[in-house]
Design a protein around this ligand. Sequence first.
Ligand code: XMP
Length: 319
Amino acid sequence: SWKLGDFADAVIQRVREQVGNRRVICGLSGGVDSSVVAALLYKAIGPQLSCILVDNGLLRKNEQQLVIDEFTNHFKADLRVVQAEDRFLASLAGVSEPQEKRRRIGSDFIECFKQEALTIKDAHFLAQGTLYPDVIESGADPDGPAATIKLHHNVGGLPAELGFELIEPLRDLFKDEVRRLGLELGLPESLVWRHPFPGPGLAVRCLGEVTRDKLVVLREADAIVVEEIEKAGLYRDTSQSFAVLLPVQSVGVMGDARTYENAVAIRSVDTNDFMTADWSRLPYDLLARMSSRIINEVKGVNRVCYDISSKPPATIEWE
Ligand code: XMP
């Protein structure tokens, strides 16, 4: 087994003092921050920790399995997976307006999380992966981008409503320190360096109405984009790289037949702060591989575009 770094040791000590012998609930999303919080708490208090993963059906390919492998096979944490795909998809049926999608996903998330949390007896704390930059931003414009970003993961009403005390062990840390801590705690590089993924997940990359069938197409196309970026050794050089399923069909030709199928956009951006971003100058050969793989391997797609818009005025996500 590995030796923990001094940095991790110090943070663990602080958490133990704060928690004592009480029980902590931690939401897991598959992202870096919540994973580091959970790993940290597991190292600090082991069986006093219960983790909750809400599978909203909007996760990336293999994402649920990745979290389960990490937290129940590697760390032997108590992880409860709430299988809520049907519920989320039912809420999203017929909805195409982006903010309305976010609102529904956010409220379903809170309901699912709450239901599961209430089954955990004697829980005292709710852990959150708030970072130092979030703490600074929370003083900013309540309708600004930061506030909008937090809309989904904002379980702010939850601790009070359920009588939990909030514990935010990453509150003093910047992102690079969180990554370092994650590595010291034994999380794999693939998780620690994972690109950020929005709380509403694939729903905001599946333009217009979200359906199970569209999600299958998007998830496969997205996995190809990420896989090819990784193979090219460019994953760490880009800030976010993903696929977007467009709500248009276009004409193509396959053999002797005319096709009329979906278009996928590839989005890859470079940014330091996610407030401004530039599109990644990906090599043409890489784009070519992504395009031909998506068109050949993903049923229902006959056209691939590369998004060459910077932020502003375009946002990173399409919705
Ligand atoms: P935009 O699209 O506004 O995104 O340029 C900036 C960053 O925020 C992420 N993002 C979200 N994260 N809930 C989240 O948790 C959301 O509703 C949301 N919308 C955008 C986006 O992926 C990018 O990293």
